[in-house]
Design a binder for this molecule. Structure first.
Ligand SMILES: NC(=O)c1ccc[n+]([C@@H]2O[C@H](COP(=O)([O-])OP(=O)(O)OC[C@H]3O[C@@H](n4cnc5c(N)ncnc54)[C@H](OP(=O)(O)O)[C@@H]3O)[C@@H](O)[C@H]2O)c1
Length: 335
């Protein structure tokens, strides 16, 4: 693809995840070019643009959105700003890749897609793990009936956010849409819905809020599906690094390790247990963020619904709403 055919991207905010994952992700995407960054601080925008060799930078998000050369905007802002800035981007005719979770509740997410539809623009939630060959391999193994019909999923995602230098992290703030469920548990919810190909009909949640912070630090949830399948998920800012899941049937079990987060260059493992035998698959690390970016641009150009579809993101948000409501009300909640 020649330079002229590349989609031009702008980034709102100088977020850590942009520096760590999406800058290389957009730069390595065949169909994309990273064109500009905006920050609330001109100094930060300039520094970011210099460090990552971007042609343009802006000292306000509004000004970046006003740049008519930009076709796609990546939004890695704190969760409570996703809704507002995605809609602002639509008003300026931009397609949007917005970080997970798309909104702080399903009502926000529904509205974001409603406006995208009206403006004939595309919005995709940044569930990069869905583009990783590891995830696709697990889905393929299940579809091939490798362990028969799975009936149970267990998903874990945690990391310790308890060091003093992270006391001010956006994840600790309820008013910013923080909390472990919104940050980490959302991946496990998305994974089980994808792998089972089914929506849970009721959920039970329990959480713990650390006295020093407003957002919950730890959530555990049970999900029940109409077919009788069940899942447990847990997310935590108080436990060591874990990112894994298992899918189990009466015949066997598939376990995937190191399942989320920037993993470029890492070799990822899947164990397939049947009876007393174990097979292990090791997949080469790829830049899943590049695959995500390329896919979104291709979807827009080919007028196709993205792999992480509006329905998928809305349903995911409904499950998160249900788990939060259940934890608050201390009872099962219908989704
Ligand atoms: N897909 C993934 O692998 C992944 C991984 C981590 C995080 N995420 C998601 O990415 C998003 C950002 O997470 P992060 O950890 O990278 O966040 P972060 O480093 O704290 O960055 C957030 C950025 O938002 C801007 N911002 C605007 N208003 C703000 C406010 N009131 N307070 C703080 N920052 C504000 C800031 O940019 P300026 O100051 O430059 O304007 C800041 O750099 C979240 O939605 C998170 O869930 C995704």
């Amino acid at each position: 693809m020649n330079h002229e055919n590349k989609a031009k991207w702008g980034i709102l905010g100088t977020a850590n995840i942009a520096k760590k994952a999406l800058v290389p992700g957009i730069k390595d995407a065949d169909n994309s070019e990273l064109f500009a960054v905006a920050s609330r601080s001109e100094g930060k925008a300039r520094q970011f643009a210099e460090e990552f060799e971007l042609p343009s930078y802006y000292s306000s998000y509004e000004n970046l959105l006003g740049d008519t050369e930009i076709d796609f905007v990546y939004i890695p802002l704190p969760n409570h700003l996703h809704h507002e800035w995605t809609i602002n981007a639509f008003k300026k005719g931009k397609n949007v890749l917005c970080e997970k979770p798309l909104g702080t509740n399903s009502g926000e997410v529904e509205e974001m897609f409603e406006i995208a539809g009206k403006e004939n623009l595309t919005l995709m939630e940044g569930f990069m793990y869905r583009f990783h060959p590891q995830t696709r391999k697990v889905k393929e193994l299940i579809e091939k009936g490798e362990i028969g019909e799975p009936s149970f999923f267990r998903g874990a995602f945690s990391f310790p956010l308890i060091t003093e230098d992270r006391d001010d992290d956006i994840r600790w703030k309820e008013e910013m849409g923080g909390g472990s469920l919104m940050d980490l548990g959302t991946y496990s919810v998305n994974t089980v819905r994808y792998l089972f190909g089914e929506e849970p009909n009721r959920v039970f949640g329990r959480n713990f809020t650390h006295p020093d912070h407003t957002a919950e630090a730890e959530t555990q949830a049970i999900l029940e599906f109409p077919s009788g399948k069940t899942a447990t998920i847990d997310s935590s800012f108080l436990l060591t690094d874990r990112a894994n899941y298992e899918v189990t049937s009466k015949n066997g079990r598939i376990q995937a390790f190191d399942t989320y987060g920037p993993r470029r260059g890492k070799r990822l493992k899947i164990d397939i247990d049947k009876g007393n035998t174990r097979e292990t698959e090791v997949l080469e690390g790829v830049n899943e963020y590049s695959l995500e970016v390329e896919h979104l641009v291709d979807s827009v150009r080919e007028e196709k619904t993205p792999f992480v579809s509006p329905e998928d993101s809305i349903n995911n948000a409904k499950v998160l709403d249900g788990i939060r409501a259940s934890a608050e009300e201390e009872k099962w909640v219908q989704v």
